[in-house]
Design a binder for this molecule. Sequence first.
Ligand SMILES: [Zn+2]
Length: 260
Amino acid sequence: MVNKQTATCLVDGQVYAISDGLFLSDLETKLVNIIKNDYPKATKNSFICNSHLLNYRLERMRRQQRRDERAHEKINRKMSQALVKDDFQLTDVYDKMESTITVGERIADAVAKYAGSWSFIIIFSGFMIVWMILNTVGIFGHKFDPFPFILLNLFLSMVAALQAPLIMMSQNRAAEYDRLEAKNDYHVNLKSEEEIRLLHSKLDHIIADDNPNLFESQRLTVEVMGEMVNQLTETRQQLELLKASQDETDKAVHAEKSKK
Ligand SMILES: [Zn+2]
């Protein structure tokens, strides 16, 4: 069937000039596979005409597009699934601590804050000096805590004894706050890491698949356009040939008429 000049299209079984189509051996593998899906008997020596080939090329591009879309969907789904994981539940540590604080803890915080300030040191020193002066000089000749100020000592010991646990309570709260914040930071890091990982896979997908696919579609477009140009040129040549023969016929008719 296949000879030098014409060939039979495997799709519609019609005979075409070889220039109006291609043999499967000249096509790329993916395209051949799509054609072989529809025509399992096709071999590499089978011929396909340009118009049917164009349909298969368009089908190939459509399939490529669908595959790309599916890959994108998959990555996006993975991304949203990963980011709603419980691990990434971030909390506002300050709000959480404030909502669970008791009255005692609030007092401990206030005391620790005041006891650790210069105003406390100055006021307390002033109080002790006044106490000592009053009991050295005596008010109205009476000293209610004479030297060595045993009552003042007792008072100072009481303040120190009470202050220590209050400050420790406040410090415990501060430590708890730090602990929660560190935990929160850890989760933030985990989330960022996961996001970066997913972004990487998305980028990899774009570089590894999308770009080559894009080039592939461009190549296909150029190929199809090239074929169209070839066909146009051929048609034009045939037209010119037709026109030339028409002119010759006209001339011959004219010459015959003038002879008569
Ligand atoms: Zn055909």
